[in-house]
Design a protein around this ligand. Structure first.
Ligand SMILES: Cc1cc2nc3c(=O)[nH]c(=O)nc-3n(C[C@H](O)[C@H](O)[C@H](O)COP(=O)(O)OP(=O)(O)OC[C@H]3O[C@@H](n4cnc5c(N)ncnc54)[C@H](O)[C@@H]3O)c2cc1C
Length: 363
């Protein structure tokens, strides 16, 4: 079997601060009761079990790129997932199955798969955070989502106190969702991805990406080209973390694209008649997925729209709410999110839902 050695740890910051803002990409969140670093699957389980013995609530936190933590923080134990490593656990002529420890930095994994000629994750380049968090909301971008390549998830079951594996078919993967999202039960310890042995990407589905690559939608391109084009597009939208760019002090998209049934979509069309056809795509079943960015923009919240305390819509992407100065409170970010949600509802009658996990706060 091939040996893809784990990358050196990119970050093993000691838990020298109990302010959770230090551990989130938004730089928001109050104090934790206790912060524990877990550097292996065994340590993750151990720290969770120890907290349970102390009768403390547990928050699993990895890259902190998809959470909004309230100003009051989290009174229990925060377990920082810092396990590393990946290895091939199965292979045949056409595919390899890679088992990735939960704390492995996601973008490093994508880079490694591209370098090895393994196809299936290349369009997910540049997404911050950990491999173990990708099943939580079925991470997706530019026409790919992890549900297409995950074959199983290694878990610790907090309810039963046992180790186990959940097959992909039982993960409940849907658009930015799975059985793991908001679950008090499952801790992800590792994820198995089955990838095609191919120097080429899957069919490029996302029109903007196809245009950037100079190909037709449905064409395949060299893996490295797909990854590079995605990284370029993402950087232009403030969607690759950059410490010097306040537009990236966010959780990425703050709202999911609303999924409407036909009737609700017709109502939206009527209310938006003066604006032309709302951008939309087919959703699951007979549903229609609508662009949240378009709704927000047309409801009067343009790029750069300010909220209190220096929070603002990103100047590069309508869906990203940013803590520009790095000094705002979660309450300020939530106030901006509520303004946007209420404004879109008043204008179009469409409810917006937050994409990140909200901890001790609510929109
Ligand atoms: C600039 C930017 C761009 C982004 N772009 C995208 C994008 O294109 N597509 C997309 O889907 N997302 C995107 N995101 C969101 C985010 O990067 C992903 O959701 C990512 O997978 C979160 O990983 P994390 O390690 O940071 O998770 P965290 O933020 O640490 O955790 C998120 C949630 O998962 C839970 N969790 C984390 N690890 C585990 C584990 N091992 N076991 C159980 N629960 C766990 C946490 O408790 C929390 O509820 C973006 C975020 C940013 C800041």
């Amino acid at each position: 079997m091939s040996d893809v050695s784990a990358h050196p740890a990119t970050e093993t910051r000691a838990a020298d601060s109990t302010t959770l803002a230090e551990y989130t990409t938004l730089r928001l969140g109050g104090p934790a009761g206790r912060i524990e670093i877990a550097a292996s699957a065994e340590e993750i389980v151990q720290k969770v079990q120890q907290a349970r013995l102390r009768d403390e609530e547990v928050l699993i936190l990895a890259g902190g790129s998809n959470v909004v933590i309230g100003d009051a923080g989290f009174p229990g134990t925060v377990v920082l997932v810092r396990s590393r490593g990946l290895r091939v656990v199965a292979e045949d002529a056409d595919t390899v199955t890679v088992r990735v420890e939960a704390g492995e930095p996601w973008d490093d994994l994508v880079a490694a798969t591209v370098a090895n000629g393994w196809s299936g994750l290349e369009c997910l380049a540049g997404i911050p955070g950990s491999a173990g968090a990708t099943p939580i909301q079925n991470v997706g971008a530019y026409g790919q989502e992890v549900a297409e390549t995950i074959v199983g998830v290694g878990v610790y079951d907090r309810a039963e106190g046992t180790l186990g594996r959940i097959e992909a078919a039982d993960c409940g993967f849907a658009y930015r969702s799975s059985v793991f999202k908001y679950s008090e039960r499952w801790v992800v310890l590792s994820v198995d991805f089955r990838l095609a042995r191919s120097p080429l990407s899957g069919p490029v589905r996302y029109a903007e990406l196809a245009r950037t690559l100079g190909v037709e939608p449905g064409d395949a391109v060299p893996l490295a080209d797909a990854r590079a084009a995605v990284l370029r597009l993402r950087a232009g939208k403030g969607m690759v973390l950059d410490a010097d760019d306040p537009d990236t002090r966010s959780v990425g998209s703050f709202f999911t694209n609303p999924v409407l049934d036909r009737q609700a979509y017709e109502l939206l069309r009527e209310r938006a008649a003066d604006l032309g056809e709302p951008p939309h795509w087919p959703g699951a079943g007979d549903t229609v997925k609508v662009s949240a960015a378009w709704l927000i923009d047309k409801a009067g919240f343009a790029k750069g729209h300010p909220g209190p305390e220096g929070v603002a819509i990103s100047s590069k992407h309508t869906l990203a709410l940013t803590n520009r100065g790095g000094t705002a409170s979660t309450a300020a970010l939530i106030a901006l999110a509520r303004d946007i949600r209420d404004g879109v509802h008043a204008r179009f009658g469409v409810p917006l839902h937050p994409e990140p996990v909200l901890v001790n706060c609510a929109v």
